[in-house]
Design a protein around this ligand. Structure first.
Ligand SMILES: Cc1cc2nc3c(=O)[nH]c(=O)nc-3n(C[C@H](O)[C@H](O)[C@H](O)COP(=O)(O)OP(=O)(O)OC[C@H]3O[C@@H](n4cnc5c(N)ncnc54)[C@H](O)[C@@H]3O)c2cc1C
Length: 336
């Protein structure tokens, strides 16, 4: 068996991943929470309840992305799928070119994403097609995996980041050099090996889900803003997609979504960059990832989620005394 979709890493706990709305990429697939079929929760009064589409459906619906506010998840029932393999193709493209063919690509491929060094015009596109588990696979050789993932994407890129942090004026040049080193590669492997990659370079990150149809406008405006930043950005932007779902606090609630994740190397200035991005994504009703950095509070989030008040009302019912309150929940949900 396999999970139908995964994010970039598989190091999270299942409950942490679903509670924060963790997602991968795929226009016909939802985030990890859409794979949940039942939950067992320990509620604030100590009772243990099971919820599913048939049993306490309101609680089930909300607790799939519950931010830890509704109870402690003690059991998760996941809908898995028969094991499958992925045929991956990665190749560099100009940003404008990929934006032009992004929608058809998302329609024809099962999983599409791209990375973009923000001081360059080039992106690295990755798309995967699902294959049956018994399809013959052709993984990258161990030596190539070591070179591509450990050397290029972690050790060498980590050194590039350190250099950029020490000498910020060279960052735009480093961006362009790194982007020029992107090359084509094609391989197939078990699904979980293709979805995830080792990530050892430390960074700060924010990510917003925007309506799919706004992606081009958001990226164009964001691209125009990058040269005006006082501090350059060394880590690429990541763009992914997901299908609409019906989970009240899911970032993809009610709309097909594009996810734009922006990062900065740890220790480098990021506030102006993140503020600029949050303003542009916010103008199209963007919703921040619950497990990543953002500056929104309950008053703004209420305008971004049509069922925000339903979630708050449910929370008040199952945790009337605020047993699960904390500073983050006070900010994003307001008082119980
Ligand atoms: C390197 C890296 C790559 C990432 N890639 C992706 C990606 O590709 N896609 C994506 O969407 N996100 C991604 N993330 C974000 C990540 O998936 C989330 O931050 C996730 O919440 C981390 O899970 P955790 O188990 O480590 O977190 P925790 O900190 O353990 O949990 C996060 C929150 O979930 C809730 N929670 C945890 N356990 C329970 C429980 N038992 N009951 C109730 N509530 C609970 C709590 O509110 C907790 O604060 C990435 C993060 C990193 C660091």
């Amino acid at each position: 068996m396999a999970m139908a979709n995964l994010g970039d890493i598989d190091a999270q706990t299942i409950s942490g991943a679903i509670s924060t709305g963790t997602h991968g990429t795929g226009a016909r697939l939802g985030g990890l929470s859409t794979q949940v079929r039942a939950l067992e929760l320990v509620l604030a009064d100590g009772s243990v309840v099971t919820c599913s589409p048939d049993e306490r459906p309101d609680l089930f619906s909300a607790a799939r992305v519950g931010l830890g506010a509704l109870g402690v998840i003690s059991t998760v029932t996941l809908q898995c799928v028969p094991a499958f393999a992925l045929q991956a193709r990665e190749f560099p493209q100009p940003l404008d070119a990929i934006l032009e063919r992004f929608d058809p690509l998302c329609d024809s491929e099962d999983h599409v994403e791209f990375h973009w060094f923000p001081h360059s015009d080039r992106v690295q596109v990755k798309h995967n097609i699902r294959l049956p588990a018994d399809a013959s696979i052709a993984p990258l050789s161990r030596a190539r995996q070591f070179y591509e993932y450990e050397v290029m994407e972690n050790s060498a890129f980590g050194l590039v980041c350190k250099l950029g942090r020490a000498v910020p004026s060279v960052v735009p040049t480093l961006n362009r050099v790194c982007a020029s080193l992107w090359s084509e590669r094609s391989y197939s492997d078990h699904s979980f090996r293709v979805f995830t990659t080792p990530r050892r370079v430390r960074f700060v990150e924010t990510e917003y889900a925007v309506p799919r149809e706004s992606l081009h406008d958001v990226l164009r405006e964001f691209r125009a803003a990058i040269p005006r930043l006082r501090h350059p950005v060394i880590v690429p932007v990541e763009v992914r997609v997901a299908a609409a779902d019906d989970i009240p606090l899911s970032t993809a609630y009610g709309r097909d979504s594009a996810y734009i994740a922006i990062h900065q190397y740890v220790g480098m200035p990021y506030r102006e960059y993140f503020d600029c991005f949050e303003r542009i994504a916010g103008a199209v009703g963007g919703r921040p990832h619950w497990g990543k950095m953002h500056t929104l509070d309950a008053s703004v989030l209420a305008t971004r989620y049509p069922r925000f008040d339903d979630f708050r009302a449910l929370r008040a019912t199952v945790d009337p005394n605020g047993v699960f309150r904390n500073a983050y929940l006070d900010t994003v949900l307001g008082p119980v």
